[in-house]
Design a protein around this ligand. Structure first.
Ligand SMILES: [Ca+2]
Length: 427
C-alpha cells in the first residue's frame, strides 16, 4: 500500500496537483467508507536549508526533524512559484498561474483575487462531505467573494495577506524596521517605501474582524489554538476534514517572542524558526492524539527565503546560485533560481507513508502545464531558452540568466536534474 501511495506521489505534480490523485486513490481503494483527513501546513518564505533534516547546519526544527524521521522527506520538491499569491493559488487549484490567472502577488489595495471560475481543493473536498478549515495567511483576495469562506472553507481564522502588509502595535523585526501603527492624530504615512502604515493589519474569524491591529506576538499561539480546536471539533463530528494552515513564519517581520539574550541576526531567525517548529509540533501532536492513522499531514513552503532581508532571511542550503550572487543578484524568493522555489517538503501518515524515507523524486509544479508542453509558454513571449547544467553546479553566464519570476508564470523548466531557465525576461 505504501508503494502504491508513492506511485501516486510520483505523478510529479505540485502540492495540490498531488493531492487530487491522492484523494481519488483513497476514495477508490481500501479506505472507501473511511475518508482520510488532510492537514496541509504551508510555511512562508522558508528556505530549503531551514529544515534541520535537510541541512545539518540548522538546529532549530526539532519537531519537523522528528516528523521527517516518521515519514517521507522530499528533497527535490518545488513550489509552483517563487512568491506568495501565485504559489498559494497553485496549491489550491493544482494549476500554474499562467492557467489560473494568478501570476502576481495581491496587494492591500487589490479588489480582485483568485478568479472565481477556479475550483479550489477545499471546494472539491467540501462537496465530498469534508469539514474544511483554513487558518492563517490567505493572500488570494480579501474582498467579497474572494474571501476564504466563499472559496470552499467552512471556517477561516487568519490574516488576509502577509503580516508586513499592514501596521501593528508590535512590529517585530524587519529590514527596514517599520514603525508601529500611528497613535491618535499623528501622521499616518511613513516615508519608508516598504512599510504600510495606512491600514492596521486585521485578523479575521470567518467574515468578522476580531482584532485590528493584530498582536503579532501572540499570533502563533492563536493559530495553534484554533488549529487544534478545529481538529478536535471536526473529529468529534465524525466527518473527514481538511485543515489548511498558512503560517506567518518565516516571513518578516520576525516575531518578538522568545527573544534570545542578545537579539540580533541569525539568532533572531533561529528563534522564529523554533517558534514555527513548536507550532507545527502542536498541530501534529493534536493529529496524533485525535486522528492518527487516518490523517495525511503535509508540510512545505510557498517559496524560498527573502534574501534581501539579509540575516532575517532563511537558508537556501547548498542552492546558493553562485553565478547570480556574484553579479549582485539574489538566488532565492522572487527568482527562478533553485533557492526561489525548492522548498522543504514532508509527508506524514502513519501506516501509509513509509517511515524515515528520503525521496529524491522530482516533484514539481502543477498538474496541467508540465515539462514538454512548450505550447503553454507561447504567451510568455520567451525569446530564447537555454539548458543549464544541474542547477546545484556553478554555471556560466553564457548559459543562464536569472529571471525574477514575477514577470511571467513560467520562466524555467525542470528536466530531472537539468534545469532550463529563460535567457530573457518574460515581459
Ligand atoms: Ca512567501
Amino acid at each position: 500500500m505504501g508503494w502504491l501511495f508513492l506511485k501516486v506521489l510520483l505523478v510529479g505534480v505540485s502540492f495540490s496537483g498531488f493531492l487530487y490523485p491522492l484523494v481519488d486513490f483513497c476514495f477508490n481503494g481500501k479506505t472507501r467508507g473511511q475518508k482520510p483527513n488532510f492537514v496541509i501546513i504551508l510555511a512562508d518564505d522558508i528556505g530549503w536549508g531551514d529544515l534541520g533534516a535537510n541541512w545539518a547546519e540548522t538546529k532549530d526544527t526539532t519537531n519537523l526533524d522528528k516528523m521527517a524521521s516518521e515519514g517521507m522527506r522530499f528533497v527535490d520538491f518545488h513550489a509552483a512559484a517563487s512568491t506568495c499569491s501565485p504559489s498559494r493559488a497553485s496549491l489550491l487549484t493544482g494549476r500554474l498561474g499562467l492557467r489560473n490567472g494568478v501570476t502576481h502577488n495581491f496587494a492591500v489595495t487589490s479588489v480582485g483575487g483568485l478568479p472565481l471560475n477556479e475550483t479550489t481543493l477545499a471546494e472539491v473536498l467540501q462537496q465530498a462531505g469534508y469539514v474544511t478549515g483554513m487558518i492563517g495567511k490567505w493572500h488570494l483576495g480579501h474582498h467579497g467573494s474572494y474571501h476564504p469562506n466563499f472559496r470552499g472553507f467552512d471556517y477561516y481564522f487568519g490574516i488576509p495577506y502577509s503580516h508586513d502588509m499592514g501596521c501593528t502595535d508590535t512590529p517585530g523585526y524587519n529590514h527596514p524596521p517599520c514603525p508601529a501603527c500611528p497613535q491618535g492624530d499623528g501622521p499616518s504615512r511613513n516615508l519608508q517605501r516598504d512599510c504600510y502604515t495606512d491600514v492596521a493589519l486585521p485578523l479575521y474569524e470567518n467574515l468578522n474582524i476580531v482584532e485590528q491591529p493584530v498582536n503579532l506576538s501572540s499570533l502563533a499561539q492563536k493559530y495553534a489554538e484554533k488549529a487544534t480546536q478545529f481538529i478536535q471539533q471536526a473529529s468529534t463530528s465524525g466527518r473527514p476534514f481538511l485543515l489548511y494552515v498558512g503560517l506567518a513564519h518565516m516571513h518578516v517581520p520576525l516575531p518578538v517572542t522568545q527573544l534570545p539574550a542578545a537579539p540580533q541576526g541569525g539568532r533572531l531567525y533561529g528563534a522564529g524558526l523554533r517558534e514555527m517548529d513548536g507550532l507545527v509540533g502542536q498541530i501534529k501532536d493534536k493529529v496524533d492524539r485525535t486522528a492518527k492513522g487516518n490523517t495525511f499531514l503535509w508540510f512545505t513552503g510557498d517559496n524560498g527565503p527573502w534574501a534581501q532581508k539579509c540575516e532575517l532571511a532563511g537558508s537556501v542550503g547548498p542552492f546558493t546560485g553562485l553565478w547570480q550572487t556574484r553579479q549582485g543578484g539574489c538566488p532565492a524568493k522572487q527568482t527562478t533560481w533553485e533557492g526561489g522555489h525548492r522548498v522543504p517538503a514532508l509527508a506524514y501518515w502513519p501506516g501509509r507513508v513509509p517511515v524515515n524515507v528520503t525521496s529524491t523524486a522530482l516533484l514539481r509544479c502543477c498538474s496541467t502545464p508540465t515539462v514538454g508542453q512548450l505550447e503553454s509558454l507561447e504567451s510568455c513571449r520567451l525569446s530564447a531558452w537555454s539548458v543549464t547544467r544541474p542547477s546545484t553546479l556553478p554555471v556560466g553566464p553564457e548559459h543562464v540568466m536569472g529571471a525574477p519570476g514575477l514577470s511571467c508564470s513560467i520562466s524555467f523548466l525542470l528536466f530531472s536534474t537539468w534545469k532550463m531557465i529563460s535567457r530573457k525576461l518574460c515581459l
